[in-house]
Design a protein around this ligand. Sequence first.
Ligand code: URA
Length: 265
Amino acid sequence: MVSLMIRLDKYLADSGYGTRSEVRSFLRIGEVTVNGEVVKDGARKIDPKCDIVARGGKAVEFSEFEYYMLHKPAGIITASRDKKEKTVIDLIDSKKRRDLFPVGRLDRDTEGLLLITNDGELSHRLLSPKKHIEKRYIALVSGVLPENIAEEFEKGIDIGDEKTTKPSTLRRLDSIEETDDPYIEENYERLAETFGSISIMDVGLTEGRYHEIKRMFEALGGKVEYLKRISMGALKLDKELSLGGYRKLTEEEVEILKRGTEEGI
Ligand code: URA
């Protein structure tokens, strides 16, 4: 296997030790050792697989990739950075890498599972419609919907784009308890009080167009009042995560996600 050599200053910055210029200043005063020897030159090439880098005698752990699962709350924008508004990346306090980004986009008012990483290749595969990775959502919908709505979703819906939507799945849930999610239940109760009747829909998409689910229901006479993503491929939103909470993916979860994009589950 080819080993990736990287500059010492980048190695330290990518490990969460500050900006490149912050890193350079503590390198200059001799705080960093490589394999036990003080190194002051940030341009020194490091092999993360075998070199041991330490700052103040403490080993620096390098992670090329980070993977987080976020339980996105409504009201936060899905972007890497923004001059005015808080983004989903700002919610990840423990991040080390500065190059994290959200995998795909959830609308500001959409809640639920959002994967955050700096692994561009995995992200690309998870989002590519060719890989058929299903993203599942629970939608609470007002309005009168057609009886054969599941067939319409399966056939593809004209939402005003050049092409109809790709075949998707839709299952109507009989009771809110089936979602097993207190946040969805809370919203359901609020909406049921306002609208009298609210449909609980489990939707599975393999593509991601702008406001896609909202536009699909709208094309059929409904209005999405609440939307939550509950899974992405084999990865399900962890029920232990409260709204706004996040955690690292386990190695096993990363493996399962990668495998899914190879086989196209
Ligand atoms: N479809 C939507 O309409 N909004 C989302 O946030 C995700 C899918």
